[in-house]
Design a protein around this ligand. Structure first.
Ligand code: ZN
Ligand code: ZN
Length: 358
């Protein structure tokens, strides 16, 4: 598994005439080596790969990183150790992750690495590989999706007017953990009443009132892979306006999902939902992008937005999450996780999208 990933990276390196690459962004380090600790760096050359760890992680790295040679360093920052290893390997050109290295780390790297070795900034090299998931990754995302689906079924039995947003968030987090999540993927959003008009709202002491909307956006992490779901429900019987907006968001979401297929661009899929919402008069109320890639990170990369030129490929996993937010009234978002398949798409989350009133 990791060998396949390293070989794919090597062909990217060859295309860019780089004969070594220093990987410091930790989700990328994990992807290439399997290392789950918090500090390390990976150096990949045409023939070999190395992971640099400090003594806290020596044993762990040897257990987790089977296809990668573990090198221990005992003093100084990871970057100086990486610089010394690069000197030993003597590449002509070594890439580094420009989006991850700080200016200070870059200076230190340049000072440590022999001046005859060229350092070249790369961006998105490993991220591009990560965009297309292998069967092992898809399986983990599927299992994380099951957890968020089952969480929804469980919590809708427990939520009632009178609870606080914080109580709802706590119930969601507890339920996800109880159902097998290793951790929550991000701070759970539970937003009721007018608070639901904020797309990203931290739970407060606001009390759930009869007749109000409740928007919940939460994610489960399982074996380092994520699921991400949003459902909006009504506390009591939805009124006509709530029903109208809910149906527009749902129709926009279904249309966008049904448009997903290899070869389509992120911009095209975004436009399907956005144009539909605009045609119903709520274009101004859908301010964020339609969806993001999902994987080792909850926001695993770009996917669907007005400016996305991503071309869909089988194996990509994305969210599709249109919303309509009206200040003073509230907001409705519906989010599912979708796998791009050879022929189209498969929806990985299956919690009901019926407009529930509880
Ligand atoms: Zn979400
Ligand atoms: Zn999301």
């Amino acid at each position: 598994m990791h060998n396949d990933r390293l070989n794919k990276l090597r062909s990217q390196m060859a295309a860019r005439k780089i004969d070594a690459v220093l990987v410091t962004y930790m989700p990328n380090v994990f992807y290439l080596s399997g290392f789950t600790g918090s500090t390390a760096a990976v150096v990949v050359t045409e023939e070999s790969s190395y992971i640099l760890v400090d003594p806290r992680y020596s044993i762990q790295a040897r257990e987790e990183c089977k296809g990668t040679e573990v090198r221990d360093y005992t003093s100084g920052p990871t970057i100086s150790a990486a610089g010394k290893l690069i000197n030993e390997l003597k590449p002509t050109t070594c890439g580094f992750e420009a989006g991850d290295l700080t200016v200070a780390s870059h200076r230190l790297l340049r000072r440590t690495v022999d001046e005859r070795i060229k350092l070249r900034s790369t961006s998105g090299l490993v991220e591009r590989l990560r965009a297309v998931k292998d069967s092992h990754e898809i399986e983990l995302i599927r299992r994380a999706c099951e957890i968020v689906d089952n969480t929804f079924t469980t919590i809708t039995r427990e939520i009632r007017p009178g609870l606080r947003e914080k109580d709802v968030a706590l119930t969601i987090d507890f339920t996800m953990r109880k159902l097998g999540a290793d951790e929550v993927g991000f701070e759970t959003i539970a937003a009721t009443g007018a608070n639901s008009a904020c797309p990203h709202h931290s739970p407060t002491n606001a009390i759930l009132q009869f007749g109000d909307l409740l928007k919940m956006d939460y994610g489960a992490t399982l074996d380092h892979y994520n699921a991400d779901i949003t459902r909006t429900i009504c506390l009591g019987k939805p009124d006509d306006k709530q029903r109208e907006i809910y149906q527009i968001v749902l129709d926009a979401q279904i249309r966008a999902i049904e448009a997903i297929a290899p070869g389509k661009t992120g911009r095209e899929i975004d436009a399907v939902a956005r144009d539909y919402i605009t045609s119903k008069g709520y274009g101004e109320n859908f301010g964020h992008s339609l969806g993001h890639a999902l994987g080792i990170e909850v926001h695993d990369g770009p996917a669907f937005s007005k400016s996305s030129d991503i071309v869909l490929e089988p194996g990509m996993v994305t969210t599709v999450e249109p919303g309509i937010y009206i200040e003073g009234w509230g907001g409705i978002r519906i989010e599912d996780d979708v796998l791009v398949t050879d022929t189209g798409y498969e929806i990985l989350t299956s919690a009901t999208k019926e407009f529930i009133g509880i």
